[in-house]
Design a protein around this ligand. Sequence first.
Ligand code: DQA
Length: 145
Amino acid sequence: MARLLIINGPNLSLLGEREPEIYGHTTLEEAEGHLEERAKADGHELLFFQSDAEHELLKRIHKARDEDIALIIFNPAAFTHTSVVLRDALLAVGIPFIEVHLSNVFSREDFRQRSFFSDIAIGIISGFGMASYDLALLAAKHHLG
Ligand code: DQA
């Protein structure tokens, strides 16, 4: 039994209505409910957090130190391409994490092809819509043995 934290960055609270041709029609709430059931079936506990604010995401990552979190599944959204702050936070807490994107960031604009997280992540899953989170959960299970 492991406790995992799923963190979503800015604008992901608008999933379902935000650019559905890229991000699909499922809301974040629906996705979290689905993931929670899957994790429960595997005997894992999931905690969820979403924020549009960099400092809130930073504080959530810091808090994870005291919560026995085995692994973080992280979609930094637009902060993927900008945030040294969140990169440093993950390095500071030392909790392994998987970087997740709904879209294939490498098939999009040039600025999305740079990530401040990929080289320090266990791995990256990008391009499978909401299934990216399912795949990340599978990868987390595999990583945790
Ligand atoms: C995203 C990709 C980012 O480039 C973008 O800023 C997002 C979502 C994704 O899940 O595909 O907000 O992280």
